[in-house]
Design a binder for this molecule. Structure first.
Ligand code: ADP
Ligand code: ASP
Ligand code: MG
Length: 403
């Protein structure tokens, strides 16, 4: 008898019909003789709707209260899922985060799961029941409800798989698996049968939201194999696991993009030791993450230009910090939030020379200007104008033989 985690995302529980459909998948798995823990997301669109409600009250809505509000989305689907299972003759029960409890650490809206009490749920599973747990949330040491970041039900699923020591963790979603790029935007995208944790982590951290990046990170850390598959078809999905048994016939595995970044340029910054530290230290202290940094070579030996990217939501805060920073001198401060980040990812890149120039040449051919570049061993990202995003993704998808 295997023990499994089945996680259903927002679209998969987006209506009563869909919850009933998902419940039937769970029942089918149980009939195979497996013990099952179900993790559910909120109904599609619900979390965004709740965020909007809070913003109607205040753009600075209290973070503690926001977590109380957002956790209700998954509370609703947990009860509906357990009820749907009971209706089709499957013994089931939902538990709220504080009833289990799911312990978290860290700030509101960005906590992480550190432990769970397994006792009650293990007993229920042993008695033949199916446990339903809300994704995306937990409870802090001080007893407050917390949430664990957007897309966080994936992270709950992986944490449950680890803490309950399950045999598998299946992520049911609205596409057939992980594709070479977003199949809803680029229909020629191909499903990937097997992908390494490393590649999936890079892809999800640069925009492939099919898996949440911190969930992949935890799975990689504890070597928990994941399967991403469709709630709506029976097709085989994607296996995510350690890379030993993957054959890399292509240099690039996938293309991803995000529209979460903004670019800032400081023109005419004094060129002397310590300037970069003086610029970035106050940003770091205010929890602003800097992604790409480009510093031009000084032509007159006195001043230089410095460009960097940050999360778009941090733009106003960053500009204010720079303007108020009297340790630095510059001539001009420019910013652009109409940019996107397009990335290619592939473990095959390590052994295939020329991937970088091929990417840049391909973008040049369709007249796309590169505003910033960053690379890692298995990823190359470029910042381009937002209007060029899909064109760039299509071109790269073709040029790297992924169509
Ligand atoms: P869920 O609600 O099930 O968690 P998400 O909306 O978070 O689902 O993630 C699934 C979506 O991810 C797909 O509908 C698809 O549009 C998007 N996506 C982006 N990049 C990829 C990719 N490389 N492969 C598959 N889906 C992708
Ligand atoms: N409901 C949460 C969100 O929309 C968590 C999730 O769906 O994974 O971000
Ligand atoms: Mg998701």
């Amino acid at each position: 008898m295997a023990k499994k985690v089945l996680k259903f995302g927002g679209t998969s529980v987006g209506s009563i019909d869909r919850i009933e459909h998902a419940a039937n998948i769970v029942k089918r798995e149980q009939l195979n003789g497996d013990k099952i823990i179900v993790i559910v997301s909120a109904m599609a669109g619900k979390t965004n709707e709740l965020i909007k409600h809070s913003q109607l009250i205040s753009k600075e809505f209290d973070k503690r209260e926001l977590d109380v509000l957002l956790s209700t989305g998954e509370q609703v689907t947990s009860a509906l899922m357990a009820g749907a299972l009971n209706k089709i003759g499957v013994k089931s029960k939902s538990w709220m985060n504080w009833q289990i409890p799911i312990l978290t650490d860290g700030e509101h809206s960005n906590s992480r799961i550190i432990n769970m009490n397994v006792e009650k749920i293990e007993k229920f599973l042993s008695d033949g029941g199916i446990a339903v747990i809300p994704g995306f949330q937990g409870i802090s040491k001080s007893g407050d409800i917390t949430s664990i970041g957007r897309g966080g039900s994936d992270a709950t699923a992986v944490a449950v798989a680890k803490i309950f020591n399950t045999d598998s963790c299946e992520i049911y979603t609205d596409v057939d698996g992980v594709h070479s790029t977003d199949p809803n935007k680029i229909p020629v995208a191909k499903k990937i049968d097997k992908i390494s944790y490393e590649e999936m982590l890079e892809l999800s951290s640069v925009g492939a939201k099919v898996m949440q990046s911190s969930a992949v990170q935890t799975a990689m850390m504890y070597d928990i194999p994941l399967q991403v598959r469709s709630t709506f078809t029976d097709r085989k999905g994607t296996e995510i696991f350690s890379k030993e048994s993957i054959d890399y016939s292509k240099s690039v595995t996938g293309v991803a993009y995000s529209k979460d970044d903004a670019k800032i340029t400081l023109i005419g910054v004094e060129d002397k030791p310590g300037v970069a530290a003086d610029i970035f230290e106050p940003l770091g202290k205010k929890q602003i993450n800097v992604d790409m940094v480009i510093q031009n070579i000084s032509s007159d030996g006195k001043t230089t230009d410095l460009t960097f990217t940050i999360k778009r939501e941090d733009l106003t805060k960053t500009l204010n910090i720079l303007k108020d920073n009297n340790r630095i001198k510059f001539k001009e401060l420019n910013s652009n939030d109409k940019v996107s980040k397009v990335s290619i990812v592939g473990a095959g890149m390590v052994t295939a020379p020329g991937v970088t120039y091929k990417m840049f040449r391909a973008l040049a051919k369709v007249n796309i200007n590169i505003l910033a570049i960053s690379t890692s061993e298995i990823k190359i990202s470029v910042i381009i104008n937002e209007v060029d995003t899909l064109n760039a993704v299509k071109k790269l998808h073709t040029i790297f033989d992924l169509d």
